[in-house]
Design a protein around this ligand. Structure first.
Ligand SMILES: Nc1ncnc2c1ncn2[C@@H]1O[C@H](COP(=O)(O)OP(=O)(O)OP(=O)(O)O)[C@@H](O)[C@H]1O
Length: 551
């Protein structure tokens, strides 16, 4: 059994009192509903028969059945309220724990390795979580009620008409087991595929709208809209198929239930002709059959929902167990900050070729290392391995006299958060205005800062004040300066900044980060200082690379 399925039932077990009470009340509600229909039907027909003669009308006991009908009606109402309270409470408790655990696991996801954050994948995930959460409320409760009511129905009718269960059991089994299976395969699974198609369509449409200008510029707009239309008509066709299948399955269900009523009527009439039962009882049994069928019709979806929920949990489990890799970097105490890389190899899960292959090197503070290599040769990948965002396929990364918190990365692409400049610089940390001003001076953003209307409280981001490419890089550097880690990893820190400014900023940072270990990915090693060291990532053969210390 998949780990998450076990975990789900474990969480449900923790709420067993509430969940069992919910099941019990749901069963009581359903049974009293069915009984109400049957007894009131019998009561009406028995009263009518009694009313045919004066003696019968006088001798008939109206009070007992009347009280039973009233009692059943009250039980059903109370049961329904109680059931809602308990089942919803239990579901809420299980869901909140399950969601917290799932999102906790997903937070460990290595976004570099699997692009889970794209619309298709996240929409699929949300749909799966929804199906999984519906397990108790939409599958277990109605499924349990359906099975129990069907069993009690068989026992009850057999008490009145012996051996009738032999005739009714096959149709009941088809309605209870085969129809949910059919419903899942013909209706729910195509609907699942449809959800995928619609979400792909949505992401293509949003990509189209976001890139209208580029597409028009390259004269590909008409082509893209045609593709979108094609995707839309495929999804429309799937939707038609799914709704047609749903109609067919529902008609088949009705047919099976009609057969069940006919079997009941046929066997009941036979029993009546042999004098085993009275007419009023036969009428009651027929109403009982109709009542049970209502429960079965709701239950059919529930067993199908169970299948969907189970598959969804299995899928999330697979995802979670494949993404939460343990940090393989080893941190040891020592006198100096050193990174020892031994036989380090890495390949992205989607690709078989190694991006980094058996790399051996030692990088120590207080030095600046410049990694230069042609584009696409794994420089960024190497930094993400050092940062712990990616885990090595092979080899070891030993980091001496430092901890995971003491390693900071300035990524190639600097994201601007929609918020104030202070928020964008501090990222939820506290720094005085003097420190922020000093930092802006280091990255030469002080002139830009002076033009801001509200100083550090000026809003930045889409629709507000945007920064140029070079200014964004400086903001990224400023964030790292404020974070102040022991080991600094800089990915293209000066791209987009003019050479003179870049040289000035780096010279200031050399002074500011004195004593630290700095590793830079850059295509412009001419900016390096005479004391810096260079590393080249040489691609030796297809997919084979090596870090080589050349100075
Ligand atoms: N998330 C990913 N999934 C699969 N392959 C990837 C992923 N990220 C990068 N790659 C591939 O790994 C290789 C190395 O990429 P990387 O970004 O490390 O190169 P780089 O040397 O930093 O390039 P650049 O100088 O252009 O920034 C490239 O061929 C790239 O296509």
């Amino acid at each position: 059994m998949p780990r998450l399925v076990k975990r789900y039932f474990c969480l449900l077990w923790q709420q067993r009192t509430m969940a069992t009470l919910g099941l019990l009340l749901a069963t009581i509600t359903a049974i009293s509903g069915i009984a109400l229909l049957a007894v009131s039907g019998w009561f009406i027909s028995a009263t009518a028969l009694a009313g045919l003669s004066i003696a019968g009308a006088h001798s008939f006991n109206y009070f007992a059945p009347g009280a039973i009908v009233r009692g059943l009606s009250i039980t059903r109402t109370l049961g329904r309220y109680g059931e809602r309270l308990t089942t919803h409470e239990a579901t809420l408790r299980v869901i909140s724990r399950l969601r917290a655990e799932l999102f906790g696991e997903l937070a460990k996801h290595s976004w570099q390795e699997q692009p889970l954050n794209n619309h298709d994948a996240s929409s699929r995930l949300m749909e799966d979580i929804k199906h999984a959460e519906a397990l108790y409320l939409s599958a277990l409760v109605p499924g349990f009620v359906m099975l129990l009511c069907s069993l009690l129905y068989l026992i009850t009718v057999s008490l009145f008409v012996p051996d009738i269960w032999i005739w009714l059991a096959p149709t009941l089994c088809i309605a209870v087991f085969f129809m949910p299976w059919l419903y899942m395969h013909l209706v729910l699974q195509p609907q699942d595929v449809l959800h995928q198609q619609r979400s792909q369509q949505w992401s293509s449409a949003s990509s189209l709208f976001n890139n209208v200008r580029t597409l028009i510029l390259f004269q590909r707009f008409t082509h893209s809209t045609q593709q979108l239309q094609q995707a839309a008509s495929t999804a429309d066709y799937s939707e038609q198929q799914a709704s047609r299948a749903q109609q067919h399955v529902m008609s088949l269900s009705q047919l099976i239930l009609a057969v069940q009523v006919l079997v009941m009527l046929w066997q009941g009439l036979l029993a009546l002709s042999y004098g085993y039962i009275e007419g009023a009882h036969l009428f009651m049994l027929l109403l009982l059959t109709l009542g049970v069928q209502e429960v079965i019709l709701t239950g059919v979806n529930s067993l199908a929902n169970f299948g969907l929920g189970y598959t969804a949990l299995k899928r999330i489990d697979y995802l979670a167990s494949n993404i939460s890799k343990k940090d393989q970097r080893q941190f040891v105490s020592a006198d100096a900050t050193v990174i020892k890389v031994t036989q380090l190899s890495y390949h992205y899960p989607q690709r078989q070729t190694l991006i980094i292959d058996k790399v051996n090197t030692e990088l120590s503070a207080p030095h600046w290392y410049w990694i230069t290599a042609p584009s696409g040769h794994g420089k960024t990948t190497f930094l993400h391995l050092l940062m712990g965002h990616l885990q090595p396929s092979d080899g070891t990364l030993l980091i001496e006299k430092s901890s995971a918190e003491q390693i900071g990365l300035m990524p190639q692409k600097i994201d601007l958060l929609r918020g104030t400049l202070r928020y964008n610089l501090c990222l939820h940390q506290q720094h005085s205005d003097e420190t922020l001003q000093e930092t802006l001076r280091l990255v030469e953003l002080e002139h830009w800062f002076q033009q801001l209307p509200d100083g550090f409280d000026s809003w930045l981001g889409e629709g507000e004040r945007m920064l140029s490419g070079g200014e964004l890089k400086r903001l990224g550097l400023a964030r790292l300066i404020l974070q102040d880690p022991q080991i600094l990893l800089l990915d293209e820190p000066t791209a987009g900044i003019d050479q003179l400014s870049a040289a000035r900023i780096l010279s200031k940072l050399h002074h500011h980060w004195k004593g630290k270990l700095v590793i830079i990915n850059s295509h412009d090693s001419s900016l390096s200082c005479s004391t810096d060291k260079a590393l080249t990532l040489n691609q030796l053969a297809e997919g084979v690379s090596e870090v080589q210390k050349i100075i």
